[in-house]
Every structure is written in C-alpha cells, then in structure tokens.
Design a protein around this ligand. Structure first.
Ligand SMILES: [Fe+2]
Ligand SMILES: [Fe+2]
Length: 169
C-alpha cells in the first residue's frame, strides 16, 4: 500500500511488513530443513524466538484492534462482505498461530524430535500461506480503502485505541 498520511495505517502497514519478512524467513528455513534441527542451533532458536514474539503480537494486538475498531468502521462506510471475509480468515489463522507459537516455545526449550518437527513444518508452512495471503488482501484493498474513509481526528482516536490495546497486555 502507498505511504498514507495517517499514523494508524502506517503502523498497521509496518506490522504487516515485519510479519511478512519473518514469514518469508520461516518459509525458507522450513522448506530447506526436512530433518529436525539440532537442539542448540542458534539460528534456529533465534528464528523460533522471533516467531513466537510476532505471532503473540499479531494475535493479541493486531487482530484484536482490526476486529474491534477497523472492521466496524469499515462496515459502516463500505462493504460488510470484505470485513466478514477478513474476520473469517482471522478465525482460521488465530488458533493455528497460537498452536505454532506454543510448538516454537517447546521446540526452543526441549528441541524437536522427527515427529514434532514434521508437525511444526507442516503447520508452519500452512500459516505462512494463509497469513501472507491475508496480509496481501489487507494491503491491497482494505488499508487503501480506509485511507479514503478516515480523517485526522479519526486517525488520532484509532491510534490511541491501539495504544491502549498494546498497553493492556
Ligand atoms: Fe487482519
Ligand atoms: Fe492486518
């Protein structure tokens, strides 16, 4: 999406971008590693830690904000079908992300065995596919449309609401 004058849209865009970058890294790693990594592999453990952080952030803050504030706003102005679709995708991705974050945590702590690694790979690649597609939709249609709907005052209100969500947890 193009550079928006609104803080809240730039924040969401930056978060999408950071998530995409990590998911790309995850996809490359998972595609290349068919066997379980060593317990003390520092690159893998860093990736797992980053993954946990971004999944926990993406689930608890970003999705919550979109659902509580942006979807209702968008539905007022625009097409309800779009927000229902995006919300439906959240509902599929959220439990998947939660499970993956849990598996990443366990893997970092205790390592993977061939079976747990295979499950992690499979779920990880599924998450990459679903979340990348979801972000692309929001970047191409949703955020640009919001850019046309809001004004400076709404931007401020939304930015504060998002800050509250982040501070609350
Ligand atoms: Fe979303
Ligand atoms: Fe989003």
């Amino acid at each position: 999406m193009m550079e928006s004058p609104f803080n809240i849209l730039r924040t969401l865009h930056d978060e999408h971008f950071a998530t995409m970058a990590l998911l790309e890294k995850l996809e490359t790693t998972l595609s290349g590693a068919r066997t379980a990594p060593a317990n003390d592999d520092p690159d893998m453990n860093r990736l797992l830690g980053d993954l946990e952080a971004i999944l926990d952030e993406e689930i608890s803050h970003h999705y919550a904000f979109e659902e509580q504030h942006l979807f209702p706003l968008f539905a007022e102005f625009g097409d309800m079908g779009i927000t229902q679709m995006l919300k439906g995708e959240h509902e599929i991705i959220r439990p998947l992300a939660r499970e993956l974050s849990e598996r990443a945590r366990t893997g970092r702590k205790d390592g993977f065995n061939p079976e747990s690694w295979e499950i992690f790979r499979e779920k990880g690649l599924e998450l990459v596919e679903r979340e990348v597609f979801h972000i692309q939709k929001e970047e191409m249609g949703f955020l640009p449309a919001l850019d046309q709907m809001i004004d400076e005052e709404t931007d401020q209100t939304l930015s504060m609401a998002y800050q509250d969500i982040k501070n609350a947890s």
